[in-house]
Design a binder for this molecule. Structure first.
Ligand code: IPM
Ligand code: MG
Length: 373
């Protein structure tokens, strides 16, 4: 074996013996409480993870003057994955300039800086909680995933500004072919692990960006005939989601429509508080890099009281195992543990109902972790 080949084998051995580095960004409100429980559960899975915490959001702004300090961004750039809690809160809503607000200065900045272009939001009803769905009977028993483009569209287009003494406002919706191609490719690979059906959602009867979107998705569908692709207008999709949500498996859509549809889909499962998400970028160290976070926000009204539901954060940890660490065995175990604990009637305040047992954030995390020991 040549010296170079030996060196390569050696560095590979070092790499597989090295712990995976996970950047933990607890953030604001209930973020720290729920993130701590996700870390507890991940540790109970027994993998070799090096958790490194950093400041983000309003708390980072208070302590350092910026919602996304350089150290945090550097940690994220060198980590294998990021586990985030939540950012923002009424305390920070009026920070000037707006670019320093946690949502824009931390969350959107992280998405853009790390090129996390694929937002994957599964909405799956947990059968013990079916009663919480606003849809009648088993109508609310859904299992779908919204694949949302996350770094383009009207969220990031320039110009965005006020004109004519602030009396006129402009946002710009812009998409390039390559942006649409890469998110569509991700949707195809997600669909292949599911029912091989994609509904692509746009507003092609009005918007030029949507016409390009439909053109590109149609082209790619022609080259990937193993997946069935149909198109739906956003207004119709919003309606179909409450009329007959079971018709959907993978919904592929642009940034703004995905923001709205993912909230709508998540509510069908009964609680926004239970749903995880992954924001994926390009592979790093050979693994799909991603930021994993609950879909819910920072809920400042209940922060620090042990009332928050850590399940969305815990399930985000499971997505991290599945997508970045290719460990579907432990991801399945975590998801099963969550269902088991709910099946036993344990509930945090948000999902408590008569005949169930009310427990705290830490108790919920501990109960789930105990199933994995
Ligand atoms: C989400 C949130 C964010 C978004 C906000 C907080 C900027 O609603 O992740 O869906 O609009 O993308
Ligand atoms: Mg949203």
């Amino acid at each position: 074996m040549t010296i170079r080949a030996r060196a390569r084998v050696f560095s590979f051995i070092i790499r597989i013996n090295m712990a995976f580095k996970v950047a933990v960004l607890p953030g604001d409100g209930i973020g720290p409480e729920v993130t701590a429980e996700a870390v507890r559960v991940l540790k109970a899975c027994g993998g070799d993870y090096d958790f490194q915490e950093a400041l983000v959001g309003g708390i980072a702004w208070e302590k350092t003057g910026t919602p996304l300090p350089n150290e945090t961004l550097d940690l994220c750039r060198t980590a294998d994955a990021i586990l985030m809690g939540a950012v923002g809160g009424p305390k920070y809503d009026n920070i000037q300039p707006p670019s320093l607000r946690p949502e824009i200065g931390a969350l959107l900045a992280l998405r853009r800086e790390l090129e996390l272009f694929a937002n994957v939001r599964p909405a799956k009803t947990l059968p013990p909680l079916l009663n919480a769905s606003p849809l009648k009977g088993d109508h609310g028993l859904i299992d779908l995933v919204v694949v949302r483009e996350l770094t383009g569209g009207i969220y990031f287009g320039e110009p965005r500004e006020r004109r004519e003494n602030g009396t006129v406002a402009v946002d710009t919706c812009i998409y390039s072919r390559s942006e649409i191609e890469r998110i569509t490719e991700r949707a195809f690979s997600i669909a292949r692990a599911r029912k091989r059906e994609i509904v692509s959602v746009d507003k092609a009867n009005v918007l030029e960006t949507s016409r390009l979107w439909r053109e590109v998705v149609t082209e790619m569908a022609g080259a990937n005939k193993d997946v069935k692709v149909t198109h739906m207008l956003i207004d119709n999709c919003a309606m179909q989601l409450v009329r007959d949500p079971k018709q959907f498996d993978v919904i592929l859509t642009e940034n703004m429509f995905g923001d709205v549809l993912s909230d709508e889909a998540s509510m069908i499962t009964g609680s926004l508080g239970l749903l995880p998400s992954a924001s994926l970028g390009n592979p790093r160290n050979g693994k799909p890099f991603g930021l994993y976070e609950p879909v819910h926000g920072s809920a400042p009204d209940i922060a620090g009281q042990g009332r928050a539901n850590p399940i969305a954060a815990i399930l985000s940890g499971a997505m991290m195992l599945r997508y970045t660490f290719n460990d579907s065995v432990n991801a399945d175990r975590v998801e099963a543990a969550v269902e088991q604990v709910l099946g036993e009637g344990l509930r945090t305040a948000d999902i408590f109902e008569k005949g169930t047992k009310l427990i705290s954030t830490v108790e919920m995390g501990s109960a789930i972790a105990a199933k994995l020991a």
